[in-house]
Design a protein around this ligand. Structure first.
Ligand SMILES: [Mn+2]
Length: 418
């Protein structure tokens, strides 16, 4: 047998779902979704939920297009460790769904986020389960399980904990495959740097200990010691994650991306914000793509009709390897958007700059566009003063622990009071 029982489960489950979808809109099914950023935590949690929940039938949906799976090399590495199909045809990706979301009859469960994303909402659709580690937005109150733990390194830890009983079923034939533990472990390792990061909470430690005792049967691991497995796997996942030299500027913007719509108090129009987390500093990025940098931000704004493009960089300093973060905004990069008119661009930029600089939790320090950063405004260097009204600002973020989980609520608070 060349493929693991996890891969077989996923393939069979997907075939059954698609056939039920054709027959009756899959009305007996629950579709489990991670968040749209498509990181390993979301994917592993959705797959594990679908396998472990005592309520069947359930399928995990990956909110990434099949061709975009390669944007996250660390995910591919984890799929390989878990003996999933090399062609990924066992995974259920968003483009495998043959009908628009509105035509589904299924219910939903959410992992790694806790509000059903707008395109999936239907009057007759229920959210029947939530397992998450983001701030509770207090929706879908009847969901069961409704487990939200903050702070927690990884949602995968809470999925493990919630369905712990499923690992010791009455019938030994129903024991989950070790590859499922491997997949969950990979997600927790990457989110907690192998439990070394300050983000690792006691529940992350407990779930890792539990899963490591389950995955040691994995034939692909050749009886390695568990601690060695943790160290080596974490190291490899990390190096895969930063192996992004092959990615274009657009790829960098879309590989770890979330989009938000905020309503403003006075301006009337809702404001659309996209936040991309990019594992490369701006200096290096400009070096790689000096002529295309600004243009790529603008076309990203146009492609996603964004009023504000936000870039959150995370990287290690070249000299001493210190972890650093930066925050960049482009306001009004899409001239056709509601906020693309000059006056609104200026107001919005001012409100955002003032609000962000006042956000103590981010501890921002402004970077001027000179020296290594001179190319940031584009080749001509004066585009901001020409016909295009888009405004760019860049900061060093001295609180290098503040991820998008902190930055997104800061944008929300500032823009909703505008
Ligand atoms: Mn997560």
């Amino acid at each position: 047998m060349s493929s693991s029982s996890l891969s077989e489960f996923l393939s069979a489950n997907k075939a059954k779902f698609l056939s039920d979808l054709k027959a009756d809109g899959a009305k007996s099914w629950t579709v489990v979704m991670g968040n749209e950023a498509g990181d390993l935590d979301s994917i592993a949690s959705a797959i594990a939920y679908s396998y472990l929940t005592p309520r069947k039938p359930t399928i995990g949906l990956i909110q990434t297009h099949r061709q975009d799976l390669s944007l996250r090399a660390e995910n591919l590495y984890a799929f390989k460790l878990a003996n999933l199909s090399p062609t990924h045809d066992d995974l259920f990706t968003i483009d495998d769904l043959p009908v628009p979301p509105a035509e589904l009859k299924c219910n939903f469960a959410l992992v790694d986020h806790n509000t059903l994303w707008a395109p999936w909402r239907r009057p007759d659709a229920k959210v029947v389960g939530i397992i998450d580690h983001h701030d509770d937005e207090n929706n879908h109150i009847d969901a069961d399980p409704r487990a939200i733990v903050v702070p927690l390194g990884s949602a995968a830890s809470l999925v493990t904990e919630t369905f712990k009983d499923s690992w010791t079923p009455a019938d030994p034939a129903n024991v989950p495959p070790p590859e499922l533990a491997t997949l969950l472990l990979s997600a927790i390792y990457i989110d907690t740097a192998g439990l070394k990061s300050s983000k690792a909470e006691p529940l992350d430690h407990a779930s890792v200990a539990f899963l490591e005792s389950r995955e040691s049967n994995n034939p692909s691991l050749g009886g390695e010691e568990v601690s060695l497995f943790r160290i080596e796997t974490t190291k490899e996942l990390k190096s895969q994650k930063i192996s992004i030299t092959h990615l274009s500027s657009r790829d960098l913007l879309r590989r770890d991306y979330k989009q938000y719509t905020f309503s403003t108090a006075t301006e009337g129009n809702p404001i659309r914000v996209g936040l991309s987390t990019v594992p490369m500093g701006i200096k290096q990025w400009l070096k790689n793509d000096p002529d295309g940098f600004r243009a790529s931000l603008e076309s990203w704004a146009t492609e996603r009709t964004l009023d504000v493009v936000g870039v959150l960089t995370t990287y290690n300093s070249a000299r001493k390897g210190h972890h650093r973060r930066e925050l960049l905004i482009l306001v009004g990069g899409d001239p056709t958007s509601a906020y693309g008119q000059k006056a609104l661009v200026e107001t919005t930029t001012n409100v955002l700059v003032e609000g962000l600089e006042k956000t103590a939790l981010l501890d921002l320090e402004r970077v001027e566009f000179e020296g290594d950063f001179a190319a940031i405004e584009g080749v001509a260097g004066d585009r901001a003063h020409g016909d295009l009204p888009g405004q760019i600002r860049l900061w060093r973020q001295r609180n290098s622990d503040a991820t998008r989980k902190i930055v997104a609520p800061a944008f929300k608070a500032i823009l909703e009071s505008m």
